[in-house]
Design a protein around this ligand. Structure first.
Ligand SMILES: Cc1cc2nc3c(=O)[nH]c(=O)nc-3n(C[C@H](O)[C@H](O)[C@H](O)COP(=O)(O)OP(=O)(O)OC[C@H]3O[C@@H](n4cnc5c(N)ncnc54)[C@H](O)[C@@H]3O)c2cc1C
Ligand code: SF4
Length: 544
């Protein structure tokens, strides 16, 4: 059936759908081939790949179906609506902040508000145990993902340098690097050059030339607020409309509260809440792609007589080994104006400290991103993370234009005590609220110390006066790690749960280790590979 309430857009290919009336669901009581929980970064790619393969696929998304032209605004406070704001409880020695700025909510998930920084992981990221004797190796190698990195970069036309100096892929990227670079990126590159550190412009999921009816970036700098002109990639504007054109259904404003299990011990569909009413969607295959907090929460909340400890949890590892990146913001004050609000936030980087170096006293490494910021976000971290209040905070903010910032993306090693569990508090759906435990390990703290020091050196080498450090984190990963051994992991290398063959888990949750770079390109590449695998087993008619 055709839905009449299509959103109007200023580019041709997009025929998005918004509707409230679930009486008109495409499958109703019928069984879909695949039901995807969460149409965010991974969920959007899976929706597209599976619809493209001719499967009956339905995505169920807790948040709205955004229309960039009417829902996104160049306004920091308005943009909070793009983020997951339900209460998440936080504890441990280094409790993580869960507020408006964590994961996404709504079609596109985190890709609607992400900064667009688009790195591949390095070969060593998948072999941490073999090379450094810590953590675990992934069950896949860089080479397994390389064709999917290529595909994703081409599908969305990543812009980047002709030569990227680090890792196994050195460019060129499908589209040329963005120019002009921001003042912060320029200052960063000069600081690096003065110290003999290699730097590069940053690969970005942001257009440097028109593509697919979308315009190139106008450098307005509102990427985290949703990119109203659609120059920044999101699955909302790239994958989901194309999936809908291929017949996929997207049901929005609908929170999945339980995954159903049949008598044979396979999953049979999901139960979800829409405007206070509960519905069911039957499916042959269920994929949970609801981010590192909501995915384990839902699996644990779906405990049933056959699986009393939660679904896919025979290892006891659902929710365990979560990892943020250490994301410390290192500020310096300059004599000239930097104007951190101007332009795409990240346009230069270095990965010279990415690989392990025995001399440093810790294993693994990090990326440093030259980073822009907006006034409210800076005031918040300056107060909450750097501890400036009253007169001092006012003084800093009055000089906002003179500050520069470098952000660390530091690898954090997996530790079993870092976990998502169910608390004894309930939310509006009667689901236990998630409780997240996090404490940095010794290696993590040594790495942070080194990264902050290097960032300060770069700023100083370009005449910045080190000002303060805001101890932030970013990009939560893990909680349903992949691996070959069912006793030490939750899913196999194709994101299929070891315990229930027709239950898949995708997205940030499946990372075995965190790598030292922004993760979304790897999330999307894994989702595309999983999509290929599911399409293949569906063609063969079996999910055993
Ligand atoms: C401010 C910010 C900037 C970032 N910048 C970058 C960057 O520059 N580069 C980079 O690589 N990464 C960046 N990230 C990280 C990136 O956004 C995430 O890594 C990525 O979106 C995670 O993908 P995912 O598919 O696992 O989850 P999401 O993209 O968060 O998707 C999960 C979806 O599931 C939905 N959902 C959750 N629970 C349920 C449920 N029970 N029922 C139905 N739906 C549900 C959510 O609403 C959401 O839409 C940034 C993150 C933030 C917060
Ligand atoms: S800087 Fe470019 S990508 Fe970012 S919001 Fe503006 S147009 Fe979009």
């Amino acid at each position: 059936m055709e839905y009449k309430t299509s959103v109007k857009h200023n580019y041709d290919h997009y025929k998005g759908h918004r509707y409230d009336n679930l009486d008109h669901r495409k499958y109703g009581d019928k069984e879909a081939d695949v039901c995807i929980i969460g149409v965010g970064a991974a969920g959007g790619v899976l929706l597209y790949e599976l619809a493209n393969a001719g499967l009956d696929v339905v995505g169920i998304e807790a948040g709205p179906f955004w229309d960039p032209q009417t829902d996104f605004a160049s306004d920091e406070l308005h943009a909070y609506s793009l983020n997951w704001q339900d209460t998440r409880l936080s504890t441990g020695n280094d409790p993580l902040k869960f507020g408006p700025n964590n994961s996404g909510r709504g079609v596109g998930g985190g890709t609607t508000h992400f900064t667009g920084v688009f790195y591949r992981f390095h070969e060593s990221d998948f072999r941490v145990k073999s090379t450094d004797g810590v953590a675990e190796d992934w069950p896949i190698s860089y080479q397994d993902l390389a064709p999917y990195y290529d595909k994703i970069e081409n599908d969305i036309k990543v812009s980047g340098p002709k030569h990227f100096p680090w890792g196994a892929f050195n460019g060129p990227y499908p589209y040329p690097e963005r120019e002009p670079i921001s003042a912060m990126a320029q200052v960063f590159r000069e600081g690096c050059e003065n110290l003999g550190i290699r730097s590069s412009t940053t690969p970005l999921a942001i257009l440097s030339a028109p593509f697919d009816g979308r315009p190139p970036c106008t450098n307005r700098g509102f990427c985290n607020e949703g990119c109203l002109p659609n120059a920044k990639f999101s699955t909302l504007i790239q994958h989901v409309p194309k999936a809908i054109d291929k017949g996929a259904e997207v049901i929005t404003d609908s929170m999945v509260t339980r995954i159903m299990v049949d008598k044979s011990g396979k999953v049979s569909g999901v139960e979800f809440s829409h405007k206070g009413e509960y519905y069911q969607q039957k499916a042959k295959i269920v994929i949970v792609a609801a981010f590192a907090v909501e995915t384990p929460r839902l699996l644990l909340n779906s405990a049933c007589p056959q699986f009393p400890d939660g679904l896919a949890n025979s290892s006891g590892l659902v929710g365990k080994y979560i990892m943020p990146h250490s994301g410390h913001d290192v500020y310096a004050k300059f004599d000239e104006e930097i104007r951190l609000y101007k332009g795409t936030p990240v346009m230069a980087c270095t990965q010279d400290f990415y690989e392990s170096d025995a001399k440093r006293g810790f294993v693994r490494g990090y990326t440093l991103n030259a980073h822009g910021n907006r006034p409210l976000a800076m005031a918040k971290v300056t107060a909450l993370d750097a501890g400036y209040w009253g007169k001092d905070l006012r003084e800093i903010m009055l000089n906002f234009n003179f500050y520069g910032m470098i952000t660390l993306v530091g690898e954090v090693l997996p530790h079993i005590e870092n976990k998502v569990i169910l608390s004894d508090q309930k939310d509006e759906y009667g689901m236990p609220r998630p409780e997240i435990h996090f404490t940095y390990g010794e290696n993590d703290n040594n790495l942070i110390e080194h990264g902050v020091e290097k960032a300060n050196q770069i700023l100083k080498a370009r005449k910045g006066k080190p000002a303060f450090v805001a101890a932030d984190t970013g990009h939560l990963l893990g909680g349903c790690r992949m691996g070959d051994d069912p006793e030490k992991s939750v899913v196999n290398s194709f994101c299929q749960s070891h315990d229930i063959p027709n239950l898949f888990i995708c997205g940030a949750s499946v990372f075995t280790t965190s790598g030292g770079a922004n993760p979304t390109e790897t999330i999307l590449a894994i989702a595309a590979r999983t999509g290929d695998y599911i399409a293949d087993i569906a063609r063969k008619g079996s999910v055993e």
